[in-house]
Each structure stands twice: as structure tokens, then as C-alpha cells.
Write a protein that binds this ligand. Structure first.
Ligand code: HSE
Length: 309
């Protein structure tokens, strides 16, 4: 059994690159050898929200790739106890993909490195996002904050978050379109103005520097994305108000979590109460008639093997 944390991708300017593991919701993944082919069973209150056809389920897709890569003829049964609600921007699909990659590596003693596991798990994301983005699966596997550099070869830089960093989240109860992540990606421009790209590069560097220097305020100040967020903001009722209230309550920075609609703030918890920020953000949603849940959390460790088959 593998336990995998929820994650938040992008942190503003780091689209498809940055991610952070959250000590909030977890998926539990259990893989056993069984019969022929791959079967996926999703359990828990959220089960109805996730497909269980292996080719459409991120965990199933990863298992199919794994069996092919290692030429394994056995069948597998995957049980996913879904603790991370899908389609809210907290890496639900990535968690199941990461969990099955970690479980299989452990079970078959294939000794894949964490980076190779990220690569494998990111293939699962195709089932949900239409592209193998690694920014949720990287922190789900490594824990903490990760930079996934997906060039010719994938490299992952894993940085431990500053001790005084907390995350404040506001999860709105708004209906999201079917295939939300695919949709949220399809509305993005193919080409972007150079000036805005330069801004994003600068802010992304500032975020990485902030993690390296343990400077929460620098991380937050740089959570400004001029390439993706302006387009997605339109899909999130209350976006401006939530951001304004979060910053006013003392957040160092506020951004859309992954493809949304959850909003996430980075908080220097030596100076500011993260719960206060989370509540202020949830009230931002409520002020425009949208119910929202507020959470204040610390970063989490990556996927853990709890028990073996
Ligand atoms: N980087 C991805 C996106 C994360 O923003 O589309 C999706 O979870």
C-alpha cells in the first residue's frame, strides 16, 4: 500500500514545472498480482468521479506502461482509495499515477530512480490532461517543492521548503467542466509575447532562489504569472476577490493551484496566521456567492510505501 499526497502545480509562473506536496489529502494505492491484464477499482466517497477503465485511469495507464516496459506478463489489480477530490487543482490524477509507479517499483524491485518514477508517472497524466506534464507527479514522489525540467531528458530538482512556509487554500464549490484540465489547457495561447515571457522567467528564478535562500516572502512576491493565469482567471468566479483578500490578510503570494479552481497562497507563518489567510480567501469566494472550504497546511513528504503485497 502506498500513500500519496495531494500537490499544487505551477505556483504562479512555473507552469508545468513547479510543484509542491501538501499535507492535506492523500490517495492510498494498493497493487496486487491478479489474473490477466490490468483492472482498476476506485473506492471511497469520491469513487464515482474517477474512471475505472485502465486506459482512462491515470493509475491504469502507468501500470500498462510499466508492464510493457519490463515485459511482465502477469495481470495486476489496482485499488485506489481516493482521498483527493478530482478536478479541483490538487493533483488527484497525478497522485494515483505516482502511487502506482512507486508501488510497482517496490513490488517488482525494478530500482527505478525517483526521476525515472516521475517520468513513468507523468505518462499517466495523458489520460487526464492530454499531455504528460510532470509538475504534480514530481512533488507527489519527491515531496516538498520540485522543479521538473522536461527537456530531452527529464531532471527533477527537489528543494526542501523553508520551515516557516505554510500554504493557505480556498477550495470553491463551483461546477467544473468535464475534462477540466484538458479544457484549461486548451484555452491557453500557443504563442506568448516576449515581454511577458521575460517576466515569467524572472519570477520563476525568484521562486527557486526563494526556496534556496529559505525566503518565503521572495517566493510569494514572485508568484505572479503573466502567461497562463490571466486566461484561466476567467474560469474561476471570484478569482480577483480571493487574491485581493488573501494578500490583504498577509499572504506573501496567491495563485491558482494547478489548473484550478482552488486558489493557493504562500504564507510566512512566523509572521502571519495561515488559517486566517485561508479563511479570508474562502470569504472572497463567498462574497461572490460561491461556497468554499478553507485549509492551512504545511508541505508534505512524498509517496510512502506503507505495506508490501
Ligand atoms: N501544470 C498543469 C496545468 C497542472 O496547469 O495545466 C495541472 O494539474
Amino acid at each position: 500500500m502506498v500513500r500519496v499526497p495531494s500537490t499544487s502545480a505551477n505556483l504562479g509562473p512555473g507552469f508545468d514545472v513547479f510543484g509542491i506536496a501538501l499535507d492535506l489529502f492523500y490517495d492510498l494505492i494498493e497493487v496486487t498480482r491478479k489474473g490477466e491484464g490490468v483492472s482498476v477499482e476506485v473506492e471511497g466517497e469520491l469513487a464515482g468521479l474517477v474512471p475505472n477503465t485502465p486506459q482512462k485511469n491515470t493509475a491504469g495507464v502507468v501500470a500498462l506502461h510499466f508492464l510493457e516496459r519490463f515485459d511482465i506478463k502477469e495481470g495486476l489489480s489496482i485499488r485506489v482509495k481516493k482521498g483527493i477530490r478530482p478536478s479541483i487543482g490538487l493533483g488527484s490524477s497525478g497522485a494515483s499515477a505516482a502511487g502506482v509507479a512507486v508501488a510497482l517499483n517496490h513490488m517488482y524491485e525494478t530500482n527505478l530512480s525517483k526521476e525515472e518514477l516521475v517520468k513513468l508517472a507523468s505518462l499517466g497524466e495523458v489520460a487526464s490532461a492530454g499531455s504528460p506534464h510532470p509538475d504534480n507527479v514530481a512533488p507527489a514522489i519527491f515531496g516538498g517543492f520540485t522543479v521538473a525540467i522536461n527537456g530531452e531528458h527529464l531532471s527533477v530538482i527537489s528543494l526542501e521548503p523553508p520551515k516557516n512556509l505554510s500554504l493557505a487554500l480556498a477550495i470553491p464549490h463551483i461546477p467544473v467542466p468535464k475534462g477540466k484540465t484538458k479544457k484549461a489547457r486548451s484555452i491557453l495561447p500557443k504563442l506568448v509575447p516576449l515581454r511577458e515571457a521575460v517576466h515569467n522567467v524572472a519570477n520563476s528564478c525568484g521562486i527557486v532562489a526563494g526556496f534556496m535562500l529559505s525566503d518565503v516572502d521572495m517566493i510569494g512576491r514572485c508568484m505572479i504569472d503573466r502567461l497562463v493565469e490571466p486566461h484561466r482567471a476567467k474560469m474561476i468566479t471570484g478569482y480577483e476577490e480571493v487574491k485581493r483578500r488573501g494578500l490583504q490578510a498577509g499572504a506573501s503570494g496567491v495563485a491558482i493551484s494547478g489548473a484550478g479552481p482552488t486558489m493557493i497562497a504562500v504564507v510566512n507563518d512566523e509572521k502571519v496566521d495561515a488559517e486566517y489567510v485561508a479563511k479570508a480567501m474562502a470569504e472572497g469566494f463567498e462574497s461572490v456567492g460561491v461556497d468554499a472550504e478553507a485549509y492551512a497546511v504545511k508541505p508534505a513528504k512524498g509517496a510512502e510505501v506503507l505495506t508490501s503485497e
